[in-house]
Design a protein around this ligand. Structure first.
Ligand code: FES
Length: 232
């Protein structure tokens, strides 16, 4: 008699979770592109993220910046505890990459945890403060972590303007360093953030000082300043 045998189920290889797929494993001798577990946690479940900007109401300040390095924009909203001059809440929205999402999510937690951060302290947050809470970021991604921090300062300036505290506004004007090559201190800052941390690399990218040797000492000083500011 013929008996029916149930076909054996083929074993399908276990699918990798999305969280493990986002890492790019560096080749031997290359810089690490691995994201820490904290970055992944903030990227996959971002804190204080705004999905629909039309629903954000009654905020005290709004700031927006774009990154010349990659064209991504970042919007930040803040709510202020006026009595104590502290940030009560920060929300944000971006078209940026995983690093920008992870870093800004972490920043929004840092400024609102433990009853809120005093505004003066929030204005002094450095990119290293965010990256160290994230357990690090690939060096080439540091410029993404600066986006949220710049947008926060812009939102606080907007709050100062709206609340008639113009004396507290921190202007971030660009200063011309090389008139011949039309290079400002902001251009050098952006180039450093994109990984040009030697004089040679800066000159290749910006042409600063190439036809104007008198500005070289200042260019070198700025490279040193921004290298220490962003990479410690
Ligand atoms: S935000 Fe543009 S590359 Fe990260």
């Amino acid at each position: 008699m013929l008996t029916y045998k149930k076909p054996k189920k083929k074993k399908t290889p276990a699918k990798k979770s999305l969280a493990t797929q986002v890492d790019i494993v560096p080749k031997k001798g290359e810089e690490s592109w691995l994201y820490s577990d904290i970055v992944k946690e903030h990227f996959f479940t971002p804190k204080n993220l705004v999905m629909d900007a039309s629903k954000v109401k009654d905020y005290d300040g709004l700031g927006m910046v774009g990154s010349p390095a990659c064209g991504d924009m970042m919007k930040v909203w803040v709510w202020i505890d006026k009595k104590n001059d502290k940030i009560k809440k920060m929300q944000w929205q971006t078209f940026g990459c995983a690093s920008a999402i992870g870093a800004t999510s972490m920043l929004s937690v840092m400024v609102s945890e433990n009853g809120g951060m005093p505004i003066e302290q929030a204005l002094k947050i450095r990119p290293q403060d965010i990256t160290s809470r994230l357990g690090g970021l690939p060096t080439r991604k540091i410029h993404c972590s600066v986006l949220g921090d710049k947008a926060l300062r812009s939102a606080l300036n907007n709050y100062f303007l709206k609340s008639k505290q113009k004396n507290r506004i921190v202007e971030e004007h660009a200063r011309m360093i090389d008139k011949i090559a039309q290079v400002t201190d902001h251009d050098i800052e952006e180039a450093v953030l994109e990984g040009a941390i030697t004089l040679e690399a800066i000159q290749k990218k910006t042409k600063a000082g190439v036809g104007n040797p008198e500005v070289m000492p200042e260019v070198e000083q700025l490279i040193k300043f921004y290298r220490e500011k962003y990479f410690g």
